[in-house]
Design a binder for this molecule. Structure first.
Ligand code: ATP
Length: 925
């Protein structure tokens, strides 16, 4: 027995004891920890971590509406879980206490020597285990009974936790859905209300606008005057309506913006509501799962209570049963190893369970953390929802305020428009009444007007026939008048042509009677320098106060009388000189060739007479201006062309002063067309159309003359300068053509060589001058003598002037005389030559007419000389020449001198032949 008892010694199970103690202490601390956790936190949430990780926004979607119930539900779940864990832990504690009691009983039986009794007791206790189970050797009875249930409980707990998580998710979704429905409904209602209100406002605005416009149009129709006050009111109303329209458009735009904002927020709230629905649905599911877990927990508790009750009963039964030491000892000896093995297994299982519990605790903490985050997110969402709702309320408030303002303004505008419309209506009614009165008063006048209108209508209907008749009569009258006018015009034209021809004939005859060669004399004044320089500056010339054709010259004590066509005293002006010349110039327009040349010694005033000075131009410029004025006067019937050439004859060399190269020598040739006319090949001709053109031509001529000569004054004294003006005319009415040539010649000085003492080149110049002047005298003598041969070709000068010296050409020689005594012999020579030239009569041949119609014109013989002359210019009476007579001024009268006979001229011709032109100079030559 004792040996048996030795084998029962607890020394074989020290580690079991320690293990149990250790387990108990661990379990107690764990229980305390768990209890403290459960009590302190109370937020055990059985949502799995994966569920939150998969739905991170789920917690954030919890809304304020279901938050209290959800928290309550979570709190309830946490309480249940904690209660269940506490029960689990208390069951474990109870089981450990039972084991400790069993161990204590065994120790007591050992110490009391009743090993067999202990073994018997244990056997009885083990046999008395519920369900007839026998305690196996080495196995702790209660432990063997509870382990599967714990595993099942843990499994069930996990399942329940998962189910709770799912339920919580469903519940949350349901809550969200409910909240979404509620919120969406509100928002939709608000939106619908806003849209309806907007449409209503638009309709009201449109109707108000249309009514205002109709009123305005009606007012405008009733009064269409621009200055009427109704039109002005209507205009102001239109402006106001347009202003309101612009404001309405602005508010519509603002409303559209608010609608857009509202739509955005509505969509956002809808999404939040959808999320809240999901959370509510999950919460419902979690609730259901929690109820299911609670139910299962109740069942488990019930089972555990029954099992505990059975254990207690068994322990009580074993305590009351007598000890069976031998048997127990044997049993203990036999079963101690098994018990130790069972204990080790139980310890292992306990360890596993503890690990599982720690995992569950960790999971619980994570879930609690997630719950906190979800609560925080929920609070943020709640705040955001509140902000959105505030904004919506504010926008709605603004919208309402704007609507209110619009309504008020609309009412005010309508009221004002109504008032205005009423006043306008009143005025329109008044006008209407006035118009009615006027209408009544105008009705008689209207009847009269209607009668008049009918009469006029009949007249208008008859008008085309009357008009046709009148037009026909008028046409006949017009045709008759036209034919009469045409015949009259023809007659007038015929008379005009006849008169024109007659005028030309008369003019020609008058000039012919005056003499084709006319000689004027001009005495230049004594300059101030000459008076200051010479004591004998006293003039030797005197004039006849009664006859302007007589010049007296006192020479060597004798008085010489010279009778010319005209004598110009020193005080004669350029204009007075030109007055005597202009009849020749105008005959150039009629188709005559005219030659005007200034003759005289150097310094006698030739250039002054021909060219003049800038302020007082001479014959050249005045002649051209006169031609322009005459041509302009005849412009309606005549088309004239005036061309100008300028040449210089120096040392028998002809140069073109208007050419590009004035130093080139020109030649004079017969025109190859067989007309017998001379022409200068290469001579430049400028067509002048205005006085400005004339000035340019003269400037160019002077410039070229100055360019060609080193000393202009010296050179100009020894060269002949010719200005050749050609006037070509075409009568557009008659078709007649005329061409006249005007030669304006500034001859070289005619002084004698012996007096000047020239040598070398000067001698050559003087010889050339004398040659040309002698040739001119020979030509004039031949013409005067009516020789068959006239020596035109003896000099360039006479050759160039051939057509202006022959035929019916007109020649004017202006003899320039110096009044100084020192020049007296030269003056005598010049005057003698002038008197001889004056006796020459050019043959009167027909003028050159290029038109064949000239042949049908009246001939010179057919001209009726008793007809009054057409030319208005008074011309000097032609005078007979009386050359070289030395008469005293007292013994002769101007009238007697004018009637000198031609026979006397023949006597003078005999005298002149010895010294043809240059007087003494001719003898010197
Ligand atoms: N009628 C006049 N009134 C005033 N001054 C005159 C008049 N005639 C000539 N003179 C002056 O006499 C001077 C000489 O005149 P001008 O040069 O015309 O003589 P000329 O005969 O042309 O000399 P040349 O043969 O050298 O060219 C000039 O200064 C000119 O101004």
């Amino acid at each position: 027995m004792f040996g048996t008892r030795k084998t029962w010694d607890l020394g074989h199970a020290p580690c079991l004891q320690e293990l149990w103690k250790k387990d108990i202490s661990l379990d107690a601390s764990s229980v305390d920890f768990l209890m403290s956790d459960g009590e302190d936190d109370g937020s055990f949430l059985s949502l799995p971590t994966a569920a939150f990780s998969q739905r991170p926004s789920l917690t954030a979607e919890l809304t304020e509406t279901n938050a209290p119930s959800q928290q309550l539900l979570i709190q309830t779940l946490q309480d249940k879980v904690c209660e269940f864990q506490a029960r689990l832990r208390s069951e474990e504690v109870t089981r450990h206490l039972l084991l400790q009691q069993l161990q204590q009983q065994s120790v007591q039986e050992k110490t009391c020597g009743g090993g067999g009794g202990v073994q018997t007791l244990q056997e009885e206790q083990l046999s008395a285990l519920p369900n007839g189970e026998r305690v196996q050797p080495g196995e702790q009875p209660s432990n063997r009974l509870n382990c599967p249930e714990e595993e099942q409980l843990v499994t069930r707990l996990r399942t329940q936790v998962e189910e709770l998580e799912e339920k919580l998710l469903d519940q949350t979704q349901e809550v969200e859905r409910l909240r979404s429905e509620l919120g969406a409904t509100d928002l939709e209602k608000q939106l619908e209300l806003l849209v309806v209100e907007n449409e209503r406002l638009k309709q009201e605005l449109k109707s108000c606008r249309s009514s205002e416009l109709q009123k305005l149009e009606a007012a405008a129709e009733t009064c269409s005057c621009s200055h009427c006050p109704y039109s002005q009111d209507a205009e102001s109303l239109r402006r106001e309506v347009s202003r309101w329209e612009s404001q309405a458009r602005q508010r519509e735009r603002r409303l559209a913006e608010l609608e857009r904002e509202l739509l955005e927020k509505t969509s956002r709230v809808e999404s939040l509501h959808r999320q809240l629905d999901d959370s509510t649905r999950q919460l419902d599911d979690g609730r259901r799962q929690l109820e299911e877990a609670r139910r299962r927990q109740g069942e488990t508790e019930q089972k555990l209570g029954l099992r505990l009750q059975e254990c207690e009963d068994e322990l009580a039964r074993q305590a009351t049963a007598p000890p069976r030491v031998k048997y127990v000892t044997h049993t203990v000896e036999v079963e101690s190893a098994d018990s130790q093995k069972a204990l080790a297994e139980m310890q292992t299982k306990n360890t596993t369970l503890q690990e599982q519990l720690s995992v569950q605790r960790q999971l619980l903490r994570e879930l609690e953390t997630q719950l906190h985050e979800s609560q925080r997110t929920c609070a943020q969402l709640r705040t955001q929802i509140l902000v959105y709702e505030g904004e919506m309320e504010r926008a709605q408030g603004q919208l309402e305020a704007e609507m209110q303002n619009l309504e008020e303004e609309k009412n005010r505008v309508i009221e004002e428009a109504f008032i205005r419309a009423e006043s306008e209506m009143k005025a329109v009614h008044e006008n209407l009444a006035g118009v009615r009165m006027n209408l009544l008063s105008l009705q008689p006048a209207l009847r009269t007007l209607t009668c008049d209108y009918n009469c006029l209508k009949r007249q208008v209907q008859d008008f085309p026939f009357m008009l046709d008749k009148a037009i026909t009569e008028a046409k006949q009258e017009i045709c008759q008048v036209i034919s009469e006018v045409s015949s009259t015009n023809q007659e007038l034209l015929r008379k005009y042509k006849r008169e024109m021809n007659l005028r030309k004939k008369c003019h020609n005859e008058l000039v012919r009677l005056k003499g084709n060669i006319r000689v004027f004399c001009r005495v230049r004044p004594v300059s101030q320098e000459e008076q200051d320089a010479a004591a004998d500056a006293k003039t030797m010339l005197s004039f006849d106060s009664d006859d302007d054709a007589i010049l007296y010259l006192s020479n060597k004590g004798k008085i010489m009388t010279f009778e010319l066509d005209k004598v110009f005293a020193p005080q004669a002006t350029q204009e007075e000189v030109f007055q005597e010349v202009q009849s020749l110039v105008t005959s150039c327009i009629d188709g005559f060739n005219v030659c005007i040349f200034a003759y005289g010694q150097t310094g006698s005033g030739k250039t002054y007479t021909m060219e003049g000075v800038v302020d007082d131009p001479g014959i050249n410029q005045r002649a051209l201006r006169l031609l322009f004025s005459e041509v302009t006067e005849k412009a309606p019937d005549w088309d004239y062309k005036i061309t100008v050439s300028m040449v210089e004859i120096y040392n028998e060399t002809l140069r073109d002063l208007l050419g590009e190269n004035p130093t080139d020598k020109l030649d004079i040739k017969m025109n190859p067309d067989g007309s017998g006319q001379l022409y200068v090949p290469g001579l430049t001709e400028f067509t002048v159309q205005s006085p400005e053109d004339i000035n340019r031509v003269f400037e160019l001529g002077h410039m070229n003359r100055a360019t060609a000569c080193t000393n202009l004054n010296e050179h100009s004294s020894r060269s002949h300068a010719l200005l050749i003006i050609t006037v070509s005319g075409f009568n557009t009415a008659t078709g007649n053509r005329t061409q006249g040539k005007l030669n304006l010649v500034d001859l070289a000085g005619s002084e004698r060589i012996g007096k000047s003492g020239a040598e070398g080149s000067r001698l050559r110049e003087a010889q050339c001058i004398n040659k040309s002047l002698s040739a001119l005298g020979d030509v004039i003598n031949a013409l005067r003598s009516k020789h068959s041969h006239v020596p035109f070709r003896n000099s360039r000068l006479t050759y160039l002037l051939q057509d202006s010296l022959s035929g019916d050409s007109k020649t004017l020689m202006m003899v320039q005389v110096s009044p100084l005594p020192s020049n007296m012999s030269e003056s005598v020579c010049s005057l003698k030559f002038a008197q001889r030239v004056r006796s020459v009569e050019l043959s009167s041949s027909s003028r050159r007419h290029e038109n064949s119609s000239t042949s049908s014109s009246p001939t010179h013989d057919s001209v009726e000389l008793d007809s009054p002359p057409v030319t208005p210019v008074p011309l000097p009476i032609s005078r007979a020449s009386s050359a070289g007579s030395t008469l005293s001024s007292a013994s002769r009268t101007p009238s007697s001198s004018r009637r000198r006979s031609q026979s006397q001229l023949s006597t003078d011709r005999q005298v002149d032949r010895a010294s043809p032109l240059v007087g003494d100079g001719g003898q010197d030559d």
